[in-house]
Write a protein that binds this ligand. Structure first.
Ligand SMILES: Cc1cc2nc3c(=O)[nH]c(=O)nc-3n(C[C@H](O)[C@H](O)[C@H](O)COP(=O)(O)OP(=O)(O)OC[C@H]3O[C@@H](n4cnc5c(N)ncnc54)[C@H](O)[C@@H]3O)c2cc1C
Length: 401
């Protein structure tokens, strides 16, 4: 089949790879001059299969209420008059019910588990020269109650085939000796040894080269739109060109909903803005080798080569990637509070982007009701973690019908 993938982030590139591998003739169209320049550019770096749980949890509404109005809170809500935002917000709240949460978490963890295996297959099969860090992910909890709540939820992880380790403060420091000895109360942690971290941007560029080797045509700097005839998607047009095809895959992140609307489809995706900061490591010995999640601050930290990256903040009601200092600074502060000597005086590089979020945190992968139109989008806070499984599953659904 002739397939056009719209969007050259980690999801689009991974989809293109698996489609080409399945024998399709693939064209990938990206509007930016470079690939992976939007949400896949500077994310938190965690391939966090064992932490793949939805944000729509029973605790979320209460936490959000406590945080609203606090300038340096990890969550921010900007109320708008847009009915679509209200619809999405209400759908999110419905998913916070305990039974919904457990159902969504199980589905997400199962997909994340598949993705870990698919990721290994992808690395071997593509032969790309790219290295992830396999030292695991440690989530630290500041309060005993948060730690106990996390322990109570571990049955979900066990049932999904993960082997989380419950760590007291000493064990947390044994897992990651760069964690502070004192001054920061760490009630405990959950360590998932098999989780990983790595740079989604450099991975996407390396995999794009492997796509080219398999014959994928990559078109950059072209804003794509759908060409629909007799209720069927027949081509993609943009930049004065047109690509006739048998199938189109929307992998356009938050803007997948704009493209889907061209075919009369409403995707339940809403942008949730996030921030990251990347700093050069000032002191090797003071920098973590294990990826860390600071649960209280909702910040993830990964070591990416000679840099440290911290990412966090969930802002609902913003549709831009402007960097606002009062939102970016708390992410840097969280990194500096845990690893002050590693951060040093190096110039921080701030970044912000929009996560393509669905209310139940499940990505949308597969055919739509419009013939010829497929989606692989809506990965929210877990696109890097889920990329391999969703690319593989999209290619398989498109191939077998
Ligand atoms: C602060 C932050 C931290 C994060 N941390 C993590 C993490 O630690 N682990 C994890 O698993 N996930 C993380 N995520 C989520 C992850 O980054 C995203 O889920 C993932 O990057 C989404 O990939 P994507 O390919 O769907 O979207 P994108 O990377 O945004 O790619 C979509 C592409 O489509 C292109 N496009 C859009 N419209 C068109 C059009 N009409 N024509 C042509 N091209 C178009 C865009 O230019 C863009 O390049 C984080 C996100 C943020 C914001």
């Amino acid at each position: 089949m002739r397939v056009v993938v719209i969007g050259g982030g980690v999801i689009g590139v991974t989809s293109a790879y698996f489609l080409a591998r399945a024998g399709h003739s693939v064209t990938l169209v990206e509007r930016q001059p470079e690939l992976a320049a939007e949400c896949s550019f500077a994310n938190g770096g965690q391939i966090s299969a064992g932490h793949a749980v939805p944000w729509s949890s029973p605790a979320a509404p209460g936490q959000a209420l406590r945080w609203v109005g606090r300038r340096n809170a990890p969550f921010a809500l900007r109320l708008t008059a847009d009915p679509a935002q209200w619809r999405w917000g209400l759908a999110f709240l419905r998913q916070c019910a305990p039974q919904q949460y457990r159902r969504n978490a199980k589905a997400l963890l199962a997909m994340a588990h598949r993705s870990r295996v698919a990721f290994d297959r992808l690395l071997t099969d593509s032969g790309i020269a790219w290295q992830d860090s396999r030292t695991g992910i440690l989530t630290i909890y500041r309060s005993r109650s948060a730690f106990d709540a996390a322990i109570a939820d571990l049955d979900l992880l066990h049932a999904s085939g993960f082997q989380p380790e419950i760590c007291d403060h000493e064990r947390c420091r044994a897992v990651e000796p760069a964690l502070p000895l004192d001054g920061q109360a760490i009630a405990g942690g959950i360590y998932i040894r098999d989780d990983r971290s790595g740079d989604a941007h450099s991975f996407s560029l390396a995999l794009a080269d492997a796509c080219r080797d398999r014959g994928v045509a990559i078109v950059r700097g072209t804003e794509a739109r759908l060409v629909i005839q007799n209720g069927r998607v027949v081509a993609v047009a943009g930049g004065g060109g047109e690509w006739r095809c048998d199938a189109v895959v929307l992998a356009a992140g938050v803007d997948s909903r704009i493209l889907a609307a061209q075919a009369g489809i409403r995707l339940p995706i809403w942008p949730i803005k996030g921030y990251s900061v990347t700093v050069p490591i000032a002191d090797e010995r003071a920098a973590p080798r294990v990826s860390i999640t600071d649960e209280a601050r909702r910040v993830v930290i990964s070591r990416l080569g000679s840099n440290l990256r911290a990412a966090g903040i969930a802002e609902l009601g913003r549709n831009d990637s402007a960097i606002e200092p009062h939102r970016a600074q708390p992410v840097l502060d969280a990194l500096g509070a845990l690893f002050p000597r590693a951060v040093g005086d190096g110039a921080p590089s701030f970044w912000a982007c929009l996560r393509p979020m669905t209310p139940d945190a499940q990505p949308l992968v597969g055919a739509t009701r419009v013939p010829g139109l497929y989606v692989n989008t809506g990965h929210g806070h877990l696109g890097w973690t889920l990329a391999a499984a969703s690319g593989e599953s999209l290619a398989s659904r498109l191939t077998t019908g």
